[in-house]
Design a protein around this ligand. Structure first.
Ligand code: SAH
Ligand code: SF4
Length: 399
């Protein structure tokens, strides 16, 4: 018999925050198992897991007390042993175009002595849809020469719960949970549409270098009894981790985007150095075999427009030639500058000419409008405040 059973729950000391286990991000089986480890009766575990699933992902509840279909005693037991914490919001900025950027802070419950980490998450609203750009890592091990995140060394992978935590927190702030209200500053899609209709794994980090956590988070985000986002509305962008491309299609089943950026290996080796490991030929071969690929489910090829580097007519023609036979969309991204970057964005007339060649080959509206540049929320501009501060601190110390 456990002594805890004799304690009055109202006065029983709650275990320290760190010893309570996070439940967000566990798959159903792990959730049920974790509940049992926390003292929930084995015969109830599956039922409790689906009740919790609904509260966490459909209703967005973070307080066990609000789980009214769970008896008071069990609610207390859950609160004593588990947590449904979301990231802390360090900052929330809204761009003049309605783009919203959060700096989220996470503490690692398994390593409470580690300093917290911070990542950026961006919301890009349009009139009929809203896209959440989610981070998978704090920093990145890769060093793409035009990307701000690439200048920050990898601090750590985010857990599945932290990846989902960005989605849950954004849904809450945007009023996507039942009873929530839409923010009044900045755009959100009109009518009954959810604020977040799409997710792109295009924030900080290389998602396929954190494959297991990203997979788990995306399977939960697309679970029909939960957040229930269609897999066709979830896109994972990779710089080209070839061995994980097949599994992404067969095990996760989301849409794929490839950061191509160059059509020759010598240039791609510099822009996207992972190319030295998996060159263009292998990358495109993996794309041709992407599970589920069809004209209705195309791969998006991202191509950042860098002035005088990769933006000639010959590059455009070679791009079209390389992708022949692959059901593809092409996304031309005007380069977004950041302090200290060594590149310039191609001129608009150059982008137009490049786009024209791509268009004539049958790819529709390929240029991506930069969003949220004024708040440093555009592609490739994300970098955690932790790093910026410590750099400032370092400079202050050096000065
Ligand atoms: N690590 C993944 C996903 C995150 S980056 C990847 O590399 O695919 C999302 C997209 O923004 C990628 O295509 C990336 O190459 C692009 N990007 C990075 N820095 C950029 C910048 N400064 N301007 C425009 N696009 C950039
Ligand atoms: Fe990492 Fe992607 Fe940036 Fe390359 S472009 S450094 S893979 S985040």
């Amino acid at each position: 018999m456990s002594i805890a059973l004799n304690l009055d729950h109202a006065t029983a000391p709650r275990p320290a925050r760190q010893t309570r286990k996070p439940l967000v991000g566990l798959d159903r089986a792990a959730l049920a198992q974790t509940l049992v480890e926390g003292g929930i009766a084995e015969r109830e575990a599956r039922m409790r897991a689906s009740q919790l699933w609904n509260w966490m992902y459909v209703n967005g509840v973070t307080d066990f007390e609000r789980m009214t279909n769970i008896g008071k005693g069990v609610r207390q037991q859950l609160a004593d042993n588990f947590m449904l914490d979301r990231p802390e919001i360090v900052t929330e900025q809204v761009s003049s175009d309605g783009t919203r950027k959060w700096l989220f802070r996470f503490r690692d419950p398994a390593n409470p002595n580690m300093p917290p980490v911070e990542v950026e998450t961006v919301y890009i609203p349009e009139t009929d849809r809203g896209t959440l750009c989610v981070s998978s890592q704090v920093g990145c091990t890769l060093t793409c020469s035009f990307c701000h995140t690439g200048t920050q060394t990898l601090v750590r992978n985010l857990t599945a719960g932290e990846i989902l935590g960005q989605v849950l927190m954004a849904r809450e702030r945007l009023g996507d949970f039942p009873g929530g209200s839409r923010p009044t500053d900045g755009l959100v899609p009109s009518g009954e549409t959810r604020a977040i209709t799409n997710i792109v794994m295009m924030g900080m980090g290389e998602p396929l270098y954190n494959y297991d956590n990203v997979k788990q988070a995306l399977l939960i985000a697309s679970d029909e009894a939960g957040i229930s986002l269609s897999k066709r509305r979830i896109t994972l962008s990779t710089s080209g981790v070839v061995p994980k491309i097949g599994p992404t299609g067969s095990e996760i089943g989301v849409m794929l985007a490839i950061s191509l950026h160059a059509v020759r290996d010598d240039l791609r080796d510099i822009l996207v150095p992972i190319n030295k490991k998996w060159p263009l030929k292998e990358l495109l071969q993996a794309c041709r075999h992407y599970p589920g690929l069809s004209n209705a489910r195309r791969i998006t090829f991202e191509y950042v427009m860098l002035r005088d580097i990769n933006d000639s007519d010959a590059d455009a023609r070679e791009l079209v030639r390389l992708l022949a036979g692959i059901p593809a969309k092409i996304n031309l991204i005007p380069f977004n500058p950041w302090p200290g970057s060594n590149y310039e964005c191609s001129t608009s007339s150059r982008i137009e000419k490049f786009a024209d060649i791509v268009n004539r080959a049958g790819y529709a509206s390929p240029v991506r409008t930069p969003r949220g540049r004024d708040i440093f929320a555009a592609c490739g501009q994300l970098k955690s405040e932790t790093e910026r501060l410590s750099k400032k601190d370092r400079e202050a110390l050096a000065g």
